[in-house]
Ligand binder design. Structure first.
Ligand code: PLP
Length: 356
């Protein structure tokens, strides 16, 4: 079966196979990874290697700390303002969809949020042109969501702003190379392109450490987490271990340049199938379309459940759209092979012939 779930998403088959052997008996030590002390030399070697592999993949320099934290990306919606701004300080946000809206709502509890631009007037189908953004003169940072997982809207450019740039890359990280030096903070929930749920990764310019407000929960303080190598408290060891396997798998595919080529091909094939048919539709502007999450509708909504159930019978799993927007959504993260997209395109064509 091919799993098109938006998250927790498919893991590479090779990673699952390797983990199956190691999970219960790590390197013949007679213990599971889940049972090891996070401070044992064995786990510290797993953790260090995972961080180094991520640094290699994204060419992360020593100017940045890499943190492995709990609480998912949603906890970062609070951690960002608590770590980077003083109480009530001005912070800038771009609203491009469901996830940026949630980040804005959470930040508004702690800071003075200025929405510099919003794609809401066009129902989140087109990115607001940077020329129209109204940035604050003195924002502590500017937050945006490079890929909106639900709306299927993705930046194919990096904003150029004066304030430190903060990016929620949950559903696009590791899909292609990025220049980390353009960002103050990159964060991502793990459960799409990184590994199992329960872990989030924060890549932060060291100059931004030490700005947290006094009343921040200690385990959320980036400086404390960085100083303790992400082991201030017990980290999500199993998710960290799996993530390390995924990083090695991406390296073996040829790194992010190779992932980019594969992901571009996958997305092109799927959008082409949608665009060349009157039966399927994707409303997002051509230059703002997500490579990772492809929402689409059928000409007749009443066919939705038939489409999902027949797809499922054909081994094409989890194609129903998010409950807030309906329709269909195919999430085609790194672990979804090109063959899955080929199978989906073929199924869509047959379904259209039979029901169009
Ligand atoms: N940000 C984006 C872009 C997401 O896609 C998601 C979840 O799908 C989140 C944040 C929230 O992540 P979590 O469930 O790990 O809190």
């Amino acid at each position: 079966a091919f799993n098109f779930c938006a998250g927790p998403a498919a893991l590479p088959t090779a990673v699952l196979a390797e983990a199956q052997e190691q999970l219960l008996d790590w390197n013949g030590r007679g213990v599971s990874v889940m049972e090891m002390s996070h401070r044992s030399p064995e786990f510290v070697s797993i953790a260090t290697e995972a961080e180094q592999d991520l640094r290699d993949l994204l060419s992360i320099s020593d100017d940045y700390s890499v943190l492995f934290v709990q609480g998912g990306a949603s906890a970062q919606f609070a951690s960002i303002p608590l770590n980077l701004s003083a109480l009530g300080e001005r912070v800038d946000y771009v609203n491009t969809g469901t996830w940026s809206s949630k980040a804005i709502a959470e930040a508004s509890r702690y800071a003075d949020v200025n929405i510099v631009a919003s794609a809401e007037p066009n129902q989140f189908t087109t990115l607001p042109d940077q020329a129209s953004w109204r940035c604050s003169d003195n924002a502590a940072y500017l937050h945006y969501t490079p890929n909106e997982t639900i709306n299927g809207l993705e930046f194919d450019w990096v904003p150029d702003v004066d304030a430190p740039l903060v990016a929620d890359m949950s559903s696009t990280i590791l899909s292609r190379p990025v220049d980390v030096s353009q960002f103050g903070v990159i964060y991502a929930g793990a459960q799409k392109n990184i590994g199992p749920a329960g872990l989030a990764i924060v890549i932060i310019n060291k100059e931004l450490l030490g700005r947290a407000r006094q009343d921040i929960p200690t385990c959320m303080n980036y400086k404390v987490v960085a100083q303790s190598n992400s082991m201030y408290n017990t980290p999500p060891t199993l998710a960290w271990y799996f993530s390390g396997l995924v990083f090695k798998w991406i390296k073996a595919q040829g790194g992010l340049v190779a992932m980019e080529a594969i992901n571009r091909r996958k997305a092109d094939k799927l959008y082409k199938a949608i665009d060349t048919s009157d039966f399927y539709n994707n409303p997002v502007a051509l230059n703002s379309r997500s490579w990772m999450n492809v929402p689409f509708t059928l000409a007749d909504d009443r066919l939705n459940s038939l489409f999902v159930s027949q797809a499922d019978e054909n081994g094409l799993l989890n194609l129903a759209g998010h409950r807030s927007v309906g329709g269909m959504r195919a999430s085609i993260y790194n672990a979804v092979p090109e063959a899955a997209v080929d199978a989906l395109v073929e199924f869509m064509s047959v379904f259209e012939r039979e029901n169009g």
